[in-house]
Design a protein around this ligand. Sequence first.
Ligand code: 5GP
Ligand code: MN
Length: 447
Amino acid sequence: MTQSGRAQRVAELIRQEIARLLSKGLKDPRIGFVSVMSVRMSRDLKYADVFVSLFGEEKERKSSLIALQRSAGWIRRELGKVLRMRYTPEVRFLEDQTLDRVYQLEEVFHEIHEERKRAPMIKLSLVEIVEEFRKGNSFLVTSHVNPDGDSVGSILALEQLLRAMNKEKITCAMADPVPSVYANLKGAKKIIDCTAERPDFDVLIILDVSSLDRIGCVAQWVDEKVRIIVIDHHLVDNPEGTVGFIDPSYAAVGEIVAELFEVAGVPLTREAAHCAYVAQITDTSAYRFSNTNSRSHHLAARLLDTGLDVSAISREVLDIISVSKVKLLRLVLDRMEFRAQGKLAASYITAEDIAAAGGSKDDITGLVNYAGNIDGVQVGLLFNAHEPGKTKVSLRSRPSFNSAEFLEEFGGGGHAAAAGATLDSPLEEVQPMLLDRLEHLLEEESA
Ligand code: 5GP
Ligand code: MN
């Protein structure tokens, strides 16, 4: 099949990059002598079939191929850094042979791929997670880009737990700066960014996120030797990591971390409770979102028992609003547009708006709720053209619409009621494309 010009260019880039990565040396000894012959892209550019020549006996060739396939996730992440595509293609390795053999091998790869998707990460209980902590020596604790109260609160509460478990080498790192509203949490000022030297760690704990793609530049410190523990509450298909605990019934990862204190037999201090409480009130909007459940309230009671000043924390984290944010809110409200008989509401902000308001990207937090909370609206959006050629979109939806599922196609995710994505296209393209798509979906539903 002939490939389009774009597919050919992408294929060639991938071929060169994989050849480079292989020559740089994958450490897996099973990967024998490999030469990348050609790359064929699927029509939608979501898969790259990489045809390789392998040397040696049939058995060795097969084990090389399987080892290559196992390293496909890492290779894909490396490709993501150079390709700058909205969706980095999945990489499948095939031996460059006659087509009948290719067909046969395709089946093997399909099986491996399916297997990886089915059980890519070993799911553990909280007791087993605590065991993992006990076994580890040195830890790096991190979370997603664009940190919020749950990511910062969870990192800092977990750091305190590990310290209470007599672990000494613990580093907390984040790709983006900690928003100032969380600066009062214990340890917030010690969170490092990627300008620091690579800390020494053998265990990486990623919180409130399940994919290395979403921890930003912190991923550069990860190599094959690192044991990755994922603790998350998002809807995820393919969590990355060695082991983990993922449960979307928790309103916040901070709740999971608070339970880990109990499982480990470590009393919750006021400082740790403060972190967990900030995580909870951020992700539930003070126990109001649909993720709030009775467990959240039982936990909140235990957190309050440590002596938290609820009114001061709520004001600091949720209520106080900067002058720059007021200016941006004015723009958001003024630009609100309605479609699909009022079931869709959307607004936008640009980097120029933020600069003119004298604000920062922290000011954007929560503005999407003004679209999502309008009476009759099922899907509310905020577009944020935060840097040239990129558009961040935030979605908030009623239970009739799953935001995370909708954004999956665009490389985003999150929860059913609140999700986000960053697209590598300018606002002028992203805004009409997504609004048309949503309008169509919402009108179809009522037809
Ligand atoms: P927000 O729209 O407030 O940035 O994010 C809403 C929810 O979606 C949060 O749980 C956040 O972690 C998640 N989210 C935001 N952007 C992305 C993204 O690009 N990818 C994924 N997987 N989740 C996102
Ligand atoms: Mn969260």
